[in-house]
Design a protein around this ligand. Sequence first.
Ligand code: ATP
Length: 264
Amino acid sequence: MSRPVKINLQGVEKRFPASGGKEITALQRLDLEIGAGEFICLVGPSGCGKTTLINLMAGFDRPSSGSITIDGQPVTGPDPDHIMIFQDYGLFPWRTVLGNVLFALQSRGVGKKEAQERATEYLKLVGLSSFLQSFPHQLSGGMKQRVAIARALAVEPSVLFMDEPFAALDAFTRLRLQDEVLRLWEEKRPTVIFVTHDLDEAIYLGGRVILMAPDPGRVSKILPVYLPRPCDRTSEEFATYRRELFEEFHLVHREAAGEAAYSI
Ligand SMILES: Nc1ncnc2c1ncn2[C@@H]1O[C@H](COP(=O)(O)OP(=O)(O)OP(=O)(O)O)[C@@H](O)[C@H]1O
């Protein structure tokens, strides 16, 4: 990998207590290196540990064993420089659009004048300049998610975690936000870890797509995507990546269902 390693996971395991005094191994011996400024997409069947993994990297939970470092420092808890964007936006309903972004900046010690400039700049970047004084309940789902994205990026984090951020949005808004996230990523180059169930979305966004498998949760395949961004979803090259990822995905599904003996 040409870029310096930003996030390093070595032998990461996560076990949760399960019923009957048993344990469930959500992640098993997981090794992964993520370069600074990379855009990584995590995909895999339900229950394969995507959210567990992103939560561990974001410091919301601790591994049962193994190590996770960011910039060489062990992750011991959430870091103001590492931001998570959730599917449900997480906006304060009593603050305006501008107020939501300003609050994030000011609570990180950014001065009033600079916070005002940055908040307006990022809200402009996501096309919300006309809605600065609106409240979240006056916005569509896509607009709320754009506020959440502007708020996260305005902080200029070095790592951005996104856990199925577009899952609740309609297809049109989703495609549009994919382009906005890509454009903002190209401009500011944070390291992005993006969880999705949508394989097309993963290929469209990710410089690498990490396919995970369940029982126990692990990395099954890493697919580097060598397409110019933004790429043409209708191109033959895109279709080739889609075919490969779908084939791998079906294999993982069948293995999980104990059907590995069948060919695809
Ligand atoms: N707090 C918890 N306590 C017990 N088990 C848990 C806990 N969190 C996750 N698990 C289990 O760990 C496994 C991985 O869950 P996780 O939510 O990480 O999967 P996922 O790939 O994100 O799934 P989905 O795509 O459905 O969101 C699952 O078997 C889940 O039941």
